[in-house]
Write a protein that binds this ligand. Structure first.
Ligand SMILES: [Zn+2]
Length: 88
């Protein structure tokens, strides 16, 4: 799995594409609270929400947006090229 480093906090992350086609950063470590499975046979890897099974807790990946200490900064910062008309 191709990994990357969070530009904000320096943690190891992996970028994976969600169903909506958005690339999102995920923590590299599996955790019991993780809600995402990553299929790294694809390029880019595909992230899919793990369905909750009754009585079974499957370890999964956690969105780095949820764990990054700088996530607030990420969210506040507008993505410059995402929408036209932002530059005045
Ligand atoms: Zn981070």
């Amino acid at each position: 799995m191709k990994t990357a480093t969070c530009r904000s906090c320096g943690a190891g992350i992996v970028w994976a594409k969600t169903k909506s086609g958005k690339l999102c950063p995920f923590d590299l470590t599996l955790s019991p609270e993780g809600k995402w499975g990553i299929d790294d046979r694809q390029t880019p890897p595909l992230a899919e929400k793990i369905e909750a099974h009754i009585g079974v807790s499957t370890p999964g990946f956690t969105s780095h947006f949820a764990t990054c200490p700088d996530a607030l900064k990420w969210r506040r910062r507008p993505v410059r090229h995402a929408s036209r008309g932002v530059m005045r």
